[in-house]
Design a protein around this ligand. Structure first.
Ligand code: NAD
Ligand code: DAU
Length: 333
């Protein structure tokens, strides 16, 4: 299979490519990535000789058309992905996540190429603590510019599938963790703070709940859907690992041998979603997918070990990321 992977130098995309090279060596991969601050070709060091990386924008119609024409399938990971950045400047989210998806959809429509759209559980908004988990029929209700842009892109995919017969599937996944995640995100930010002897930073009270999944489990689900998913179907991906942010910080403090109160409460995120939770019954029953990382504590410890062993991968981004948070007004409460 000739696969075009957009955003293949980002966190989930790079893990997808690295896994595919090992587990499906006959797949020929071309990556289209703009190499924004979030893209890093060092994440692809082990795959470098087996993939072609094209530096470019998913909203560049001429380039996208040329690459899609030569592919059997497209897996679309590329996005602006960080909620906090979308609050500071929403425009790149509209441009990349909405216009970029439109551009890809027009190309796969023209060339009748199979398309898988990687999306997020955040399109459904947030849940009260006692509400049932999201399902594929939960109404869309996004809260932030990021989640609104992802919701918009999902709706474009649904329309192109129905109106133009594009052979598309969508997956909405919960919070990923694992190697190669940018240090702006919650878990790597705290791990690298702890490595540096700096106190972890918890937004507000830390009562917000996220449903954690290891990135390799997410990517195995993407492959199942790409190969055996029903065209036009939305699949939710989650590993049943709901945990509040305070508990995650305490697990990390314990992992680093620090006291359980050795962290700072900082300014909360405006509009902060309270809880996400995924019901992945359809994916499990229909496609037989199961997460392999069923022990979140063990997965977190392995992730901390990875960041300890790969300081050269993240160090260059750490200070700049912390300056961005400070410039956005983050303060210790
Ligand atoms: P990331 O920010 O780590 O990587 C995004 C990649 O896209 C980067 O390599 C970046 O250079 C590239 N990119 C950005 N704009 C581009 C453009 N205009 N053209 C081409 N490439 C561009 O993101 P991630 O965490 O790996 O997320 C990947 C996808 O998965 C996104 O669509 C995101 O919405 C979705 N998702 C993420 C999570 C999560 O927990 N991280 C969970 C569910 C879904
Ligand atoms: O649910 C899937 C989504 O998960 C993806 O669509 C997004 O691309 C991905 O970034 C992630 O979104 P979140 O906003 O949930 O992830 P983030 O890592 O930014 O934050 C996780 C939680 O931790 C959230 O409740 C905010 C909190 N937080 C975050 C940071 C960076 C802190 O308490 N302290 C922090 O320093």
């Amino acid at each position: 299979m000739r696969l075009l992977v957009t955003g293949g130098a980002g966190f989930i995309g790079a893990n997808f490519v690295n896994q595919t090279i090992v587990e499906r060596p006959r797949t020929r991969i071309v990556i289209l990535d703009k190499l924004t601050y979030a893209g890093n070709t060092a994440s692809l060091a082990h795959s470098a000789e087996r993939v072609d990386v094209v530096r470019g924008d998913v909203a560049d119609a001429e380039l996208v058309d040329r690459l899609v024409e030569r592919a059997d399938a497209v897996v679309h990971f590329a996005a602006e992905s960080h909620n906090d950045n979308s609050l500071a400047d929403p425009w790149p989210f509209v441009q990349t996540n909405i216009v970029g998806t439109y551009t890809l959809l027009q190309a796969v429509r023209r060339h009748d190429v199979r398309y898988h759209h990687v999306s997020t559980d955040e399109v459904y908004g947030d849940l009260a603590f006692d509400e049932p988990a999201f399902t594929p029929t939960t109404p869309y209700n996004p809260s932030s510019p990021y989640s609104a842009s992802k919701a918009s892109s999902d709706l474009l995919v649904r329309a192109w599938a129905r109106s133009f017969g594009v052979r598309a599937t969508i997956s909405n996944c919960s919070n990923n963790y694992g190697p190669y995640q940018h240090v702006e995100k919650f878990i790597p930010r705290q791990i690298t703070n702890l490595i540096d002897g700096v106190r972890p930073r918890l937004y507000g009270t830390g009562q917000q709940v996220r449903d954690w999944i290891h990135v390799e489990d997410h990517n195995r689900a993407v492959w199942e859907i790409l190969e055996r998913g029903r065209i036009g179907q939305t699949y939710l991906i989650g590993a049943d690992a709901e945990l509040d942010n305070l508990s995650v910080i305490r697990l990390l403090l314990a992992e680093f041998g620090r006291e359980s109160d050795d962290f700072d409460h900082v300014t909360d995120r405006p509009g902060h979603d309270l809880r996400y939770a995924i019901d992945s019954t359809l994916l499990r029953d229909e496609l037989g997918w199961q997460p392999r990382y069923s022990d979140f504590r063990a997965g977190l410890a392995a992730t901390a070990a990875w960041y300890r062993a790969h300081e050269s991968w993240w160090r260059h981004a750490k200070a700049a990321t912390e300056r961005t948070y400070a410039a956005a007004g983050e303060q210790v409460l």
